[in-house]
Design a protein around this ligand. Sequence first.
Ligand code: 13P
Length: 251
Amino acid sequence: MRVPLMAGNWKMHKGVGQAVALVQALKESLADVTDREILVCPPFTTLYPVAETLRGSNIELGGQNIYPKEEGAYTGEVSPTMLLDVGCRYVILGHSERRRYFKEADEFINRKVDLVLEHSLRPILCVGETLEQREAGQEVAVVAKQVRECLAGVTGEGMKEVVIAYEPLWAIGTGRTATPEQAQTMHQTIRDILKGLYGPETAQATRIIYGGSVKPGNVDDLMREPDIDGALVGGASLKAESFVRIVRFEE
Ligand code: 13P
């Protein structure tokens, strides 16, 4: 059984006061939830106060990125050990906004996945195609290449810690969600790729979550699909009311 992972990616939003107020509200409203994992990924500057606020709660903490080195002269960057130190359990890697604005390529993301696994942090590896690629019928080839290259060298044992997030770029921040059928088809394809790489057991155990305009109004239908194991939520994770409803999806 795959435990659903309901994750909020706050991106570049919220200062300390707003971040603490949001997680305080989430903590109170979600205290009874035990059958799904809840995760928030705030910006680096608010990780520490958010971790303090979440102490003893059922909500976990994640970062939005790392640089693939332990420490050193890398101005402006943050290492996996720093995320662990502040209480993170997860880290988002290879988000399409990083691929697009910071030119992150699969080989570089692969180095991050490797180092994160060495440090017992759990990577949430993001993959997804552009609208252009989908319209050209290339979505499976694009996503398959991202999965294979970003996971190069990762062992079956390492895969136990990996979550894959399918985030079609045309659905991010656009209000245009993939239909449950479109998402399910790609999730199943990703699971088939994992089966080829790691065998059926690992493929069945790996969580594949969906991201791209997930909202209270569409989460139930998405979560009903057999290969959708959770959500990576951007905009709708910034307000307690909508994120709480998303976490409390009904199948
Ligand atoms: P939105 O939910 O705002 O579309 O963002 C999705 C996303 O990029 C999550 O990582």
